[in-house]
Write a protein that binds this ligand. Sequence first.
Ligand code: PEP
Ligand code: MG
Length: 769
Amino acid sequence: MLSTLRSIVQELNGINNLQEALDTIAARVQTAMKTEVCSVYLYDDKSGCYVLKATEGLYKSAVGQVRIAPSEGLVGLVGVREEPINLEDAQKHPRNRYFPETGEERFGSFLGVPIIHHRRVLGVIVVQETQNTRRFDEGEEAFLVTISAQLAGVIAHSEATGAIGGISVSGDQARDVAFSGVAGAQGVAIGTGVVVFPPADLDSVPDKRCDNVEAEIERFRAAVSAVREDVEQVGERLAPKLRPEEQALFEVYLRMLHDHALPGEVENRIREGLWAPSGLKAVVNQYVRHFEMMGDHYLRERAVDIRDLGRRLLSHLQEGESRTPEYPERTILVSDELTPAMLGEVPQGQLVGMVSVRGSGNSHVAILARAMGVPTVMGLVDIPVAQLDGRELIVDGYEGQIFASPSNELKAFFESIIEEEQELVKGLEELRDKPCETLDGHRIPLFVNTGLITDVVRSLSHGAEGIGLYRTEVPFMINERFPSEQEQKAYYREQLEAFAPSEVTMRTLDIGGDKALTYFPIVEENPFLGWRGIRVTLDHPEVFLVQIRAMIKASEGLDNLRIMLPMISNVSEIEEAQHLIYRAWHEVRDEGYQLVMPQVGVMIEIPAAVYQVREIAARVDFVSVGSNDLTQYLLAVDRNNPRVASLYHSYHPAVLQALCQVAQDCHDVGKPVSICGELAGDPGGAILLLAMGYDALSMNASNLPRIKSVIRGIDMDMARGLLAEVLALDSPHVIRSCVELALRKAGIGRFIRPERSGSGARELATSQE
Ligand code: PEP
Ligand code: MG
C-alpha cells in the first residue's frame, strides 16, 4: 500500500488540471483498493450542494448532474460530521438515499471520507462495493483518509489557480476573489504584481509567455551548449578519481542533453508560446514525476539528477537575461519568501504593496514592511505565486487578504480607504514637534526602531526622540559578506549622527531564526530554538568584537551610543559579552579615540529572563523587552509560521502578566525599562504598556505618529482602568475586544483600522480561503 500511496501522491502533485486530478484519483483508488466504485464529490458554494465530479464504477453520465445537499444521503452526512463513515450495509442506514441516475443501487458497502483543507470541507471521497460482500477494513480506511488529505491540497491549489485566472471551480466567471493570509503591515495598496524569485530555483519561476519564439529557442540552445560543456569538463576533470560506474553518470547527463531528449521537449513548449524558463520547468517537473513514480530505487533516485540538470540550465538561461524585473509605477512585490534584499531592489517610490507565501505577521520581513509603511500580506500558503505576475492586485494589510482580478466596484471601495488613510496621515503631521504626553501631563518618550537608512529620515520627520532599537543585522543581510569594521562604522555613524544628542540603542548582531545571511548559512531543524543572537556572536568573538569596535568608534564625539544584547537566557552570557565589550573599548581607546564608555543593556525576550529579570537588570544599565520573541516563546507559537498565526496573541493574559512583572521588577532594582517589540506600536498595546509603567516605547516610524496621537488623546486614569480590566480577563480574544471597545469609546477607534474597511470588502468579494 505504501508504494501505491506514494506513486498516487506523486502523480497527483504533478497534475495542474483539477478535472484530470479527480479522474486520476478515482481510477487509481479504485484499482489500488480493488473496489467496484470510487467517486469524488466536491462542495459547490453557489448551490450549497456536493456535486459528483468524478467516478469509476458509477454511470459517467451522472458526473456534474448529481447534487447532494448536506442534509441528504450519506455523502451529506460525511460532510456534516467531518469524519469517515464506514458501513457494511448502507441500505440499513436511516440517512441512506439512492440517486438512480448513478446506478448505485447495487452497492451496499460504503466508505466515505471528507476532504478537508484548513477546517473547510471541500468534498467527499467515496468507495462502494456490491451489497454484503465486505466491510472496508481499517487499513483501507486509513489509506482513503491519507489520499483525501493529499487531494485537499490539490483542490485548494486548483481553486486558487482558477480564481486568479477569473474562473471558479464550477467554471463560472470569478472576480474579486479574496485570498486569505495573515496581516503583515497595515494599509491598502492597489497595483500590479511582480513575482520575484531566487536565482536557479525552478519551482519559483513565474509562468510567462515569450514574444519572439525563435529568439527564445536560440537562447535556450545556448544554455544547453553551455551546460553540455560544463558537464564534459567536470567529467574529464574527475575521470581519474572516479570508478567507471560513477563516470557513467556524466554520460547519462550528456544523453539527457541530447537534442531529441529533454531539450527537444522544452523547445516544443517554447513553440507553444512559453518563455524558456517556464518551458524548462514544465518539462523537468514532468521527468521528475516520471522517475519518482518508478518502483526501482536506483531509477527513482535519477529524479535528483534531472532536477540538478534543470537547475544548471536555468542558471545559464538567467545569466543571459537581466535578473532585474521591470517594476511598474505601482509595484506589488510577490514572492514565495520575501527577503530584505528584494525590497531594496525596487526603485524608490514604486513599491506600494507586498505579498509573501511564507512567513507570518511577526516575521522580520513583515516588521521591515511596517517600518517602511508598505501594506503587506504574509502567509498566503495556497496561492499559485507564479500566476500573479503582471496581474492587477489589491493588498488589504488590515484584514490580511489579497484580491485578484478586482472589479471596478471593489477598486472604488479600496480607493476610498486609501483616501481616508491619507487624510489621517495628514492630520498626524502637525503632531511632529508636540510632546508625547497624556491629557493629564504624563510624559513618555517615543523612540523608533530602525534598520535601513530610509527609516532614519522617516523617523526624524515623524518626530522620534531617539532610536530604541537599531537592528544591526539589516546592513549585514543586504551585503554579500560580513561588512568590514570600516563599513560598519560608516553605517553606525549615520544612525548616531542623525539623532545626536539623543540616544541611539544599537543591538548587537541578531542573526538566526528567520534572519539568514546568504554568506553564513545556519541550517537547523529548529532555528528559533537554536543558534540565534548572542549565542552566535559569543561563539564568534571575532565577529562580535569587530562590531563592537565599529560601534564605539562611530560614537566618537557624539557619545550617544547604547549597546544592547539580544536573546539573553542567563547571566553568564551578559558577563561574557560585557567582558568582550570592555576589551573592545580599551582597544579602541588605545588606538587614540576619545570616548566615554557606552551604556550596556539587554533584551528580555526569553521566558527564563522574565523570571530572572532582577538579577539581570542589576548587572546592566537598562532593559528593553522584545515582545515579539517573548510572545512566541511564551506561547510556543513560531512567529514565522502562518499555520499557527491565529494562536500568536500579543494580548494573551500570560504575555500581559509577564510584561507587568518585568516593568515592576526593573523598577524595584532601580533600572529603566522600555519595550521595542511590535506591541509598542499597537494603539491598545501602547496604552497598556503606559499603564504598566514602561519608561519609553520604541516602534517603527510609520506607527509613531498615530501612537503619539493616541496617547495625547487619553489620560492615565483611562489607561490604568483599562489595564486593571484586562488583567482580570482570561481570554486573549475577549481582551482584544475589550481594548478595541475602550479605544472606540475614547474616540480613537480610527487608529485600529479605517472606519470604512472590514466588512464592506467581505460583502463585495468571494472568499477563497
Ligand atoms: C522582539 O523580539 O520583540 C524584537 C524587538 O526583536 P526582533 O523582532 O528583531 O526579534
Ligand atoms: Mg527578538
